[in-house]
Design a protein around this ligand. Structure first.
Ligand SMILES: [Zn+2]
Length: 140
């Protein structure tokens, strides 16, 4: 059985070295679809559920929404992106350092890992960068 919950968050980013307009600093309202797959819980308060939507919301809020929302997300190993982040941090603005380039694909992978680490039986993460473009990671 699978359940899906949808979240949104707003972030700015850039893809340094990109050969198109994504090299520029810009932002997205990301739409995040988290799908959890597991057997149904039998008995107790969560009887008949894969996972309580409220529990999924709490984990997603802590692990994804709070760090990503209204942050400049950047590739920590990229010199130019790191310079911009340092400038923003100097002004007490929110940033989030990732170990990879901030493509929708890499971010879907990152989000999957953050949920997995918290014990969520996540089976796929679909991240919409625009209403017509998304990346989906379905695990190994
Ligand atoms: Zn973008």
């Amino acid at each position: 059985m699978k359940i899906t919950k949808i979240f949104t968050f707003d972030s700015s980013h850039m893809l340094d070295g990109h050969d198109g307009k994504c090299q520029n600093l810009h932002g997205h309202t990301y739409k995040l679809e988290i799908t959890v797959s597991d057997g149904l819980i039998r008995g107790g308060a969560k009887d008949g559920m894969v996972m309580d939507f409220a529990d999924l919301k709490a984990v997603a809020k802590q692990e994804i929404i709070e760090p990503f929302d209204h942050a400049f997300i950047y590739h920590g190993e990229n010199a130019r992106e790191s310079q911009i982040a340092a400038l923003l941090e100097g002004w007490n603005m929110k940033t989030l350092r990732l170990a990879c380039r901030t493509t929708a694909e890499n971010m879907a992978f990152e989000i999957y890992g953050r949920l997995k680490k918290r014990g969520v039986c996540v089976c796929s993460v679909k991240l919409w960068e625009t209403p017509i473009s998304c990346a989906e990671y379905e695990g190994e």
